[in-house]
Design a protein around this ligand. Structure first.
Ligand code: FES
Length: 353
């Protein structure tokens, strides 16, 4: 396997995915990832430009051309071991590839589907966040794993990525949509959103999904609407009868940004293995039981070094990065930390919570 930027590949090749048995055709000079997505295969990915490493795979059989990428995404050592980035690789022969196993059970191979939906409930959760529930207009359920996201087109707005906040298997899909002042989404939420409104979703995507077969403690850290996938994961874990400790940290700026506190508090009353901590960064005084400061700092104060956890993190970029630093310091290995980067990108302009 050699990187030759700009090299061309002149004929179609078939690529088989080792774990799932799926096959797809890759046309000349098309990347493996693009061809897989074109064939509706839910290949792990994020940046699609060789930067993040989400699409890292194993070349089991065959040969590929590999374009440039960052060392963070794929090191030279990994290249020499037969790893490649699907978003930067073009087959030179028919190939068999394997996703890098990130779990004992590969759960990222839920089929990508496009589904027409109808809004069945709208709740104004805060001054700028609306909780929208929608039902698929087909009989086939929209299959996803807790923690994943979908591309959602509301009305005539361009599609954007939002995490499912509902539990897999529920009758409806729930999304938490923040309309920043002056944005097209804010205008839509205010003027156009109503029961019966149409939406189209495509997915699922994302690798920060719930690893339900791991028996370690669960740490879930959310900022703002990052609580959506965390809600799905926690609700799923409790429904699945998970017994190990589950600790949820939820950071928002101010009282007016708080939502779902009652949901998690009542779950914590019912399930003794669940602990919920609400942290407000812009308030000096808070109600009893709440904390002030950045959510990552609250975690830093609580997390003992060497604790064996799986950590799920969702929210603005600065908050996710700060939380990963805390997890690093506490000795939580990166392979046990999960975050989907679209949350980071979408909220890149937001400040740290
Ligand atoms: S999707 Fe990010 S490196 Fe391929």
């Amino acid at each position: 396997m050699h990187a030759r930027r700009g090299a061309t590949v002149s004929k179609n090749h078939t690529v088989a995915i080792d774990q799932t048995g799926e096959t797809f055709t890759v046309a000349p000079n098309v990347y493996v990832l693009d061809a897989a997505l074109e064939s509706d295969i839910s290949y792990p990915r994020y940046c699609k430009t060789g930067v993040c490493g989400s699409c890292k795979s194993i070349l089991v059989v065959g040969d590929i051309e590999h374009d440039s990428h960052t060392q963070v995404a794929l090191s030279d050592d990994e290249r020499n071991l037969g790893r490649f980035l699907a978003c930067r690789a073009r087959p030179k022969t028919d190939c068999t590839v394997a996703f890098i196993p990130r779990d004992v059970v590969p759960r990222f191979n839920n089929k990508i589907r496009e589904v027409d939906c109808r809004v069945i409930a709208v709740e104004r959760a805060t001054h700028d966040v609306s909780i929208i529930r929608m039902e698929a207009e087909t009989k086939r359920p929209f299959i996803f794993t807790a923690g994943q996201y979908a591309s959602v087109a509301l009305g005539d707005l361009p599609a954007r990525d939002f995490s499912m906040a509902s539990r897999p298997g529920e009758r409806w899909l729930e999304f938490h949509i923040r309309g920043q002042q002056g944005s097209d989404i804010a205008t839509y939420l205010k003027n156009d959103l109503q029961i019966g409104a149409k939406a189209r979703i495509k997915g699922p995507s994302g690798t920060a999904y719930f690893r339900e077969y791991h028996g370690t403690d669960i740490l879930a850290v959310a900022g703002g609407t990052g609580i959506a996938p965390i809600k799905s994961i926690v609700d799923m874990a409790l429904t699945a009868g998970v017994r190990q400790p589950i600790e949820v940290y939820f950071g928002v700026r101010a009282e007016r940004d708080v939502y779902l506190a009652d949901h998690f508090s009542s779950l914590a009353t019912k399930y003794s293995n669940l602990k919920f901590t609400l942290v407000l960064s812009d308030e000096k005084k808070v109600k009893k039981g709440r904390r002030t400061g950045f959510v990552s700092d609250a975690l830093d104060a609580d997390l003992e070094t060497g604790r064996n956890v799986r950590a799920y993190v969702a929210g603005p970029q600065a908050m996710v990065e700060a939380t990963f630093k805390v997890l690093d310091r506490a000795g939580v290995r990166r392979k046990n930390c999960f975050a989907d980067y679209f949350e980071m990108r979408r909220a890149a302009a937001s400040s740290r919570l």
